[in-house]
Structure formats: C-alpha cells, structure tokens
Design a protein around this ligand. Sequence first.
Ligand SMILES: Nc1nc2c(c(=O)[nH]1)N[C@H]1C(S)=C(S)[C@@H](COP(=O)(O)O)O[C@H]1N2
Ligand SMILES: [Mo]
Length: 398
Amino acid sequence: MRSASFAAALGAPIPFSRFLPEGLLPVALAQSPFSAADVGKDGLTVLGDRPINLETPPHLLDDEITPAIRLFVRNNGLPPDVEGVEDDGWTVTIDGEVDEPLRLSIADLKSQFETVTLQLQLECAGNGRKFFSPGASGNQWTFGAVGCPEWTGVRLRDALNAAGVKDSAVYTAHIGADAHLSGDPDKRPLSRGVPVDKAMDPHNLIAWAMNGEDMPVLNGHPLRLVVPGWPGSCSQKWLTQITLRDRVHDGAKMMGDAYRMPKRPVTPGAAVADEDMAIIKSLPVKSLITFPQTGARIAVDDQAEIRGHAWAGDLDVEAVDISTDFGATWTAATLGSLANPYAWRRWRAEIALPEPGYYEVWARARDTEGRMQPPLPPGWNPKGYLNNMQHRIALFAV
Ligand SMILES: Nc1nc2c(c(=O)[nH]1)N[C@H]1C(S)=C(S)[C@@H](COP(=O)(O)O)O[C@H]1N2
Ligand SMILES: [Mo]
C-alpha cells in the first residue's frame, strides 16, 4: 500500500509504481513546497496537497477542545475563494420538499434563529484506513482524522422547520461551494446527506464559528454543517444549499462503495455487490491516547498520568480501560464529564511501570450498548471505513 499512499499524497496514480525502489520517496513529496504550517496547521501531517488533506498526530489532540490549528483537514476538491466574504454576502438556500423555500444569509441565520454553541466531534469515516489489509485506496489516515472543537451556529432543525419540512421529505442533500478537482463546473467534489430523522437531531448545527472565532477556510469558513456522530462527509463545508429530497440522496460520494459498508462480513479483498452494501450511519466507539506522546520515557515506579479522549458516534461512552501488559490485564480509567451530547470525553489513568524496558499502553473504550474497540482492524470493507481498533503508544521505563 506504500505506492497507494504516495498516489494519494501525490493526488495522481503512479503508473510505474512497481518499479519505484523500496524506501525511495517520490521527489515531489520529499521536496514538497507545501507545508501544513503554510496553511495555519503547524504540526499536522500532510497526506496530500491537491486536494489538501492533513491529519493530526495524537499527541497534538490533547486539548479538551480542539484548537483550530489542530483540526484535521479533509478536502475532496478545491476550496472556494472566500476572502473578505461578509455575513450578508453568503447565503444558504433551503429547498426541495419544503413548504416555502428559503434563502438565508449568515446575517439572517444570526437574527432569525437561536444561536447555539456546542462541542461536537468531527471524524472522517476513513480514519484508520491505513491499517486495513488488503489496503484501500484513498487517504491513508492513521488516527488523527478526528477533532472536537466548539462550534457556534444555529440548529439545522430550526432552519429546516422554518422552511417547513413536507411529509414527502426523507433525506437531505448538502451542497457546498468547492470545485471539482477536474475544474469541471458541472461536477461536484462531494454532496452527501442524511435521513430526515438524523437531520432533525437538535445537535446538528449550521455553524459560522469555531472556538469563538471564524473557522479556518480549510475547515469551511464562512459556513458549514456539523452533523456529529456520523461520517465527517455529512458535515458539508462552504455550505450553500440544503435540499430536502423525497428519496435517498444520490449526490457525489453517495453511491457505489463510497461511505458504504458490506451488510454482512466479507472476505478481505472481495468485491461486494451494490445491493449488499449499506450507507454508513453512526460511527463506532473509539478512543485516543493523547498524553504522553508515543515513545516517551518515564521513571521506573513513578506514578505517570496517561490521558486521552473517547467518543461513540450517536451513543455515549460507558467506560475506558487501559493496559500496560499487552492486554493481559486492564484497569478502568476515570471518565470526565460530557460537555454536551456528541462531545468526546476526557479520560485519565495513572500507571506505574515495574522495571526498566519497553512497554506499550493500550486503550479501549466501550459504548453504552456494550460494544468495545477491537485490538485489530474490524470488518474489512472495500474503502477502508470504520476502523476503530485500539490505539497503542510506546513507553520506555528508565
Ligand atoms: N464542501 C465540502 N464539504 C466537506 C468535504 C469536502 O470535500 N467538501 N469533505 C468532507 C469530509 S469527507 C470530512 S471528513 C469533513 C472534514 O472536515 P474538516 O476538513 O473541517 O476536518 O468535511 C466534509 N465536508
Ligand atoms: Mo471524510
């Protein structure tokens, strides 16, 4: 899969990849003029720059509320030019199966609806893709395509209700202002949606701010959806239109293998027929170890704090356990409070390592329906979604 990750990072296939010597980095990557710091994302790992895709190393996700600089970036196309856009210069249209189509500027959203601030997880459904075998094409995310900032906006539900959702509406369709990589104005990079039931959850926001400020352009400024708990692809950036549909939306990346999972387990590497695939809904329970950084040294017998976050899609986290002996024994971590539904939860544990040497810390979270993170990647699927395997870090006792 090495050449596949290069291809993803290069934004182009490598027709002669079979001749690329092992260990040799394509010169375009080794001397890439693009760095994450150039786009206000210092410290993030560059997976690609056309489109721009950046992931956050776990130890940089230690903040309870993810700062803008640390929030991953997943682009399918080319962001629009939004330089200097004002609140009355950007509108979102709500149309389709509604009583009265609306066209609302950001100023209208602010004046006509209640402003809400919530801390909400955002995770790419392909987070962890890198660890599936056989591998899947696409960004080779490891652990860091996730974050949990505080978002400010209006409830999606309030705006939909203002337009009047007809009984015939079953699904939303989200449209943003970014351009397709090909430059073809008739093609969209991404247009996904959710069932109306999910859309009506009061925790979905049409957001204009992150952590009390304008959000970074790469994260959707001046306006985006945040639909927490489901694939990040449901959270349209540079939002311009929400159409209520009388059938399941069939926009870009709604069809085929995109954001779909086999309904039943399949043999790794198998082709799966269309009718045997189902659209992904809630993301699975997951946790991260954000402190210390993997590879840290700690003194023998010292009480050392280990901490991280846990989240569980539409559900809540029931417990987090950690192990320092490769999973032979586990102890319960202390769970922090929940800022609001769909925020991730802080967890903390104290460990002591008995003698000098190499150790690993493993973390596993369990959701309120009893499902726990597996030690290895779960069910293989063609596009490498929903890998919620346990996160491990290395520690040296000295
Ligand atoms: N308009 C638009 N919205 C988009 C995307 C996109 O390419 N274009 N990518 C989606 C995907 S796949 C994810 S995981 C999230 C990532 O949000 P972030 O880049 O702010 O982290 O945005 C979603 N919204
Ligand atoms: Mo994504």
